[in-house]
Structure formats: C-alpha cells, structure tokens
Ligand binder design. Structure first.
Ligand code: HEM
Length: 409
C-alpha cells in the first residue's frame, strides 16, 4: 500500500490512464488493450492526450456523440491535410468518401448506397455466401497439416462478397485486400512515411483500376449491380464515384475479416460457449453480436467539435478533436452487466461496433450475414477443429483482428 492508501495495482492503473498516448502504443497494448481501456473508462474517461486531442471511453458519452451532428462533425479535411498532405492520393480519397463528410454531401452519397443494399439484395446474397463458405470449408478439409483461419477462410469471404456486389471480375480481385490494408492502415493514430507512401500508391492503383471498370460498365451496364446503379446517379461526379467505391470495397473488407477471425477465436477459447452454440444454432445471430461487442473490429472513431459543448466537466471548443473508443465503450459495465464476460445469449446488446446515428455502418446487414454464415457453417461442419496456438494479432489499434490464426481438424 502507498501512503495514500492505494494498492500498487491502483497506482499502476492510475499511471496507465494518466500516461496513455494513442500515438505511442506498445506490443502489450496491441495484444490486449482492454486493461488500459478499463483504467481510462474508470479513472479518466475524457482523457487529454499529449498531442492535445481527447480520448473518450464511456458508453454513455460515445452513444450521444455519435448521434449528435450539431456539435460534432465527421469532416476530416482539417485533420487529414497535415496527416496525409493536401493533394495527396490518400487525402483526396479519405476526404471524398462519405464516412468523413457531413451533410449535404454525406446524405447524397449515403442515400445511393443504402438504397442499393435493400433486403431483396441481401436475400439474393445469402445462397451465394453459403456456397462460398462451403467451398472454403471443402478446401480446409483437404489441408491435413493445418490451415490459417484468416488467410484460408475469414479473409477470403468479404473480398468475394463485396466483389460480387460491385461485380468486379473474379480474376481482378487479387490486389483488393492489399490495397484495402494499405489505405485503411494509413488511418492508424501514428503512421510512418513508408505507410503513407504505400497508402498513396494503393489509392492510385485502386482508382486507376476502377476507372477502367467504370468505362466497361458504361459500355455494358449489368443487372443487380451496385456500380451500374451508382453510375446512373447523375449527382455523383466520377471522382466521387471512384472514391466511394474504393471506400465500399475497403469498409466491408478488413472489418468483416476481423469480425469472423475475432469471433472464431472468442468461440474456440470459450469451449462452453462454442458447444452451446453448436447445440443451439439459433443463437448464431446473438453470438455474432456478442463477438462484435467483445472484440469490436473497428475499435476507434473520431469526431471534430464544431459547436462548444461540455462533457463530464470538460468544455470543448470548436476545433477540439475526439477519438471515440468503441472498444472501451463496448465493455462498459454501466451499459453491459458483467461486461468482461463473453455471453453469446446477451440481451439486450446495444453495442456500438457499427457506431450509431447518421453515419452508422451502411453495410452492417452484409457483415452480419457473412459472419453468421461463416461461423455457423464452420462450427457445425468441423466439431473436432482446434486452434493450434501461435496466433498473431494484426498490430493495429483502430482495426482489431488477427494476421494469422492457425488451426487444424
Ligand atoms: C464487421 C464489419 C463492419 C464493421 C465493424 C463496420 C463498422 C463501421 C463503423 C463503426 C462505421 C461508422 C464510422 C464513423 O462514422 O466513424 C461504418 C461506416 C460505414 N460502413 Fe461499415 N463496418 C463493417 C462492415 C461493412 C460492410 C460489409 C460494408 C459494405 C458492404 C460497410 C459499409 C460502410 C459504409 C458505407 C459506412 C459509411 C456510412 C456513413 O458514413 O454514413 N461496412 N462501419
């Protein structure tokens, strides 16, 4: 105990919270950020970072911020200018995609995307996802020496699903994952000049490719095709169309790969829950929601303050920049009883994994469908499957997932 009556643990936690700097994270944090998040949530929920930005961790703060478009903006031009360099490919891409914009531009683009992802489109997608997953499971069955649940399974699903949505020819899909990782990787709190160069190159290559695809689609429109539909929208310029297609291909890619990978890891490290799900398949929808809550694929969001507002006694003036920690809010005991427990039957489960409000994920139904099909079909087909250890985390703070998750039958 210290002179003030605090245990060493409490002193450590206080230091962890007080010294937290999202621009300087260590290997232990990437492995398991949740003890740090718990310390911040309890001891310093509106944490001022060394660079003057703020890091917020409580559910009761994040949920209303995500829904408030009067005090908070999603426009990132002021932040991405210094980060990527005005005029760079990364700057043009990220400041043109709908997610980093406010109305009226955001409303216009979102309407087209939401309008294209109708329940009818989703219904038509389901048998394709089932066939795709079953084909991948056939492939795993043949790998008698083991396989990687990320490369050989989880990552192979979203690229096909979104590729199908935009009808990207199958033989062209190879580079999509690499482009996506490079472009989204540049959104990490701290990026090297090398990562920026990779991101710039990926945006240029991706948009060059899509330009050709757009020309082909103009010459020959296709039925049930999101790209054909977006091309018919007269209020989207070519630049807006290209960058929002790049965003769509990226948004549904790494995140969904990570949902499936994180979900399988959670289930295989909680054998009772795995067995419960195997014997009660109807629980798959709520199991996927619990995976989204416990290991949120997108852990961090950002908002810029545009009107003065006071949160927990801290007054924010316009220009203040907030990081909203979804990963911490989703384990907040004030919202989720026994928040650290993995409970596949949890109800209610109002997690923020897809954010909330006007920018809530437009592809959440697609992501849910993919994860439900992938997880349920894998665990039913391979009751003897087990992880073989040596899992490697992705090493990212914003997009949490595995680089490799080895397993065998
Ligand atoms: C598990 C998978 C996914 C997760 C965790 C996820 C998470 C999110 C989050 C947190 C946002 C809000 C960002 C913000 O405002 O700060 C978002 C936006 C978005 N997501 Fe997803 N997403 C996933 C899958 C997908 C898929 C599969 C698609 C497309 C088919 C997609 C399309 C979008 C779009 C278009 C937006 C922008 C919405 C807007 O700004 O109005 N996402 N996503």
């Amino acid at each position: 105990m210290t002179g003030g009556g605090l245990s060493f643990d409490e002193v450590d936690r206080a230091a962890l919270a007080a010294e937290f700097d999202p621009n300087s994270l260590d290997a232990a944090f990437y492995e398991n950020p949740y003890p740090t998040y718990a310390a911040l949530r309890e001891l310093d929920p509106v944490h001022r970072c060394p660079d003057g930005t703020y890091f917020l961790t409580r559910y009761a703060d994040l949920d209303p911020i995500y829904r408030d478009r009067v005090h908070f903006s999603s426009d990132k031009k002021a932040v991405f200018g210094p980060k990527f360099g005005v005029g760079s490919a990364l700057y043009e891409h990220h400041t043109t995609s709908l997610v980093f914009n406010d109305p009226p531009y955001h409303t216009r683009v979102r309407r087209h995307i939401v309008g294209a992802l109708t329940p009818h489109v989703l219904q038509a997608m389901e048998p394709q996802v089932v066939a795709l997953v079953d084909g991948l499971l056939d492939g795993l069955e043949k790998k008698s020496r083991g396989f990687d649940l990320i490369d050989d399974f989880a990552a192979a699903i979203p690229v096909e699903v979104i590729g199908n949505l935009l009808k990207v020819p199958r033989e062209d899909r190879g580079p999509l994952r690499g482009w996506s990782l490079a472009i989204l990787g540049a959104l990490e709190p701290n990026v090297s000049s090398e990562q920026r160069a990779d991101g710039d190159r990926a945006v240029s290559e991706f948009t060059d490719y899509l330009r050709l695809l757009v020309e082909a689609r103009r010459r020959q429109p296709l039925e049930n095709d999101l790209l054909t539909r977006l091309l018919q929208e007269k209020d989207l310029s070519l630049t807006e169309l290209l960058h929002n297609c790049v965003f769509l291909l990226n948004a549904g890619h790494e995140t969904t790969t990570n949902l499936i990978g994180n979900g399988l890891n959670l289930l295989f490290t909680h054998p009772d829950s795995l067995e419960h799900l195997r014997t009660t398949p109807d629980l798959v929808a709520s199991a996927v929601e619990e995976c989204l809550r416990c290991e949120s694929p997108n852990q961090l969001g950002n908002r810029l303050v545009v009107q003065p507002i006071c949160i927990r006694g801290v007054t924010f003036e316009p220009g203040a920049y907030l990081t909203l920690c979804i990963g911490a809010a989703n384990r907040d005991g004030d919202e989720f009883p026994d928040a650290e427990a993995f409970d596949i039957g949890r109800r209610p489960n109002r997690h923020l994994a897809f954010a909330a409000g006007g920018h809530a994920c437009a592809g959440m139904s697609v992501a849910r469908l993919e994860a439900q099909v992938a997880i349920s079909r894998l665990i039913q087909r391979f009751p003897g499957m087990r992880l073989t250890g040596h899992a490697v985390r992705g090493g990212r703070a914003r997009f949490r997932g595995f680089r490799s998750l080895p397993a065998r039958l």
